[in-house]
Write a protein that binds this ligand. Sequence first.
Ligand code: HAM
Length: 411
Amino acid sequence: MSQIRKVRGFQDIFGEDAEKYRYVVDTARDVFQKYNFSEIILPFVEDVSLFVRSVGEQTDIVQKEMYVFEDRGGRKIALRPEGTASAVRAYIEEKMFAKGGYQKLFYEGAMFRYERPQAGRYRQFHQIGAEIFGVDTPLADAELIKMVSEILNRLNIEVRLEINTLGKFEDRKKYIDALKKYLKDFEKDLCEDCKKRIEKNPLRVLDCKVDNCRKITDKAPVLIEYLSEESLERFEKLKKYLDNLGIRYNFNPKLVRGLDYYTDTVFEFITDKIGAQGTVAAGGRYDELVKQLGGPDTPALGFAAGIERLMLLVEKTPSKEPLVVVLPIVSEYNIEALRVAEKLRSSGVKTELLLKEGSLKSKMKLANKIDAKFVVFISENPELKFMETGEQEVFSCIDDLIEVLVEKTKV
Ligand code: HAM
C-alpha cells in the first residue's frame, strides 16, 4: 500500500527538536510571567472577516496565504495566520477592558500561512506572542522590546534590532500617495511582484529584496518626513528609553511589516544565521485596531516570535536529567521491577521500565540506544550498573540502591 506523507509545509516535531521547542516555550513563559502577563488560549479558527479587517485586505497574508474554508454550517472561517487579531477580538468580546482597559496577555501555538516552504518558513508554524492593551506611553514600547530581548538573551540568541515608526493611518495615507507617484515613474524597472504592489500595497515595495527594486526605493520619499510632530516626538522618546535600557538598535526607515494594523512603533529582531527568513521576532503598536474591530478606543502593542526560527538558533537544550533503566532479569521479577520503577519516579528519578521481550543482550543494547546512564537489574539481589564506566555494584536491599540513585541523578 502506498505510504501517506505529511502535507507540504507541515512538520513533525519530535525527539531533540521537540525538546528544543519546549525549552523555547518554557523560557518565554517564564519571562512572560515575570512581566506579569497572563495566558490566553485562543481558538485555531476565526471568522475570515476578522483577519480581513485587521491584518488588511490587500496584504499577502489575506490575499494569498490564508487557509479559508466553509464549515458544515456554511460559515466562512480561516485557520488563524497570526494571534493579534484573535487577541483583540477576545479582548473586546470577553470585555477585558472592564478593568480600566488595562490588560496584558500572552499566547503560544500554531499559526497557518500558505507560503512557499523553505528553511525557517512553514505552512504550519508556531508563535509565542504577547499583547498589551490600554497603555499609550512609548515607555511601554521600550519595556515590550526589553522583554523580547530578555527572552532572546536567555536563549543565548544573538540578533540585531531594527526599529521604525509608521505614524498614524492618516499620515501614512499621504505618504502612500507620494510613494505611489514616485514608483510609477520607475514601474518598468521594478520586479513583477512590485509592479503589482504599486497599486495594491506600495509599502511592501520598500522591503523587496530584489537588487533593482532596492536601488529604486533607496531614493524614494521617506515616510518619516510625512509624520506628525506627535509621532516624531513619540519615536524620539522611544529611542531615548531604549538608550537608557542599554538596548542597541538600528533605525530602518524601510521597515514596514506585512500587516496593516500598525501605527507608530514597529520593530524586528533579525539574525543573519538562518538564511533569508531571518526575522525571529517582530511587532509594534496598533492603536487603532481595537476601535476598528468594534471595541472602545484603546491603545495597544505587542509582538510575536517564530518558535521554529528560534529553535534553529538555540545551540543546545540545557543538560538533560539522567535516565535510569529498570530491567527485570527474568519475567518472574516483572512485578518487583514495576514497584522499583514507581519508587524511583516518586523519588524524582527519570525511569524507564524495560519490559520488552528478548535476551538480556538485546535489552542492554536498547538501554544503550535510549541513552541510559544507569541500569538496575532486578533479581534476587538488585544490581546497579554505571553505564559510563561499566562498573557494577550489588546491593542487599533495594532501598539502599534507590538512595544511591537519587543522589547520583541529581542535576
Ligand atoms: P509576523 O511578522 O507576521 O507578525 O510574524 C511574527 C513572527 O512569526 C515572524 O517574525 C517569524 O519569526 C514567524 N513567522 C511568520 N511566518 C512564518 C512562517 N511561515 N514560518 C515560520 N515562522 C514564521 C505577527 O504575526 C504579528 N501578529 C506580531 C504582533 C503581535 N504584532 C503585534 N502584536
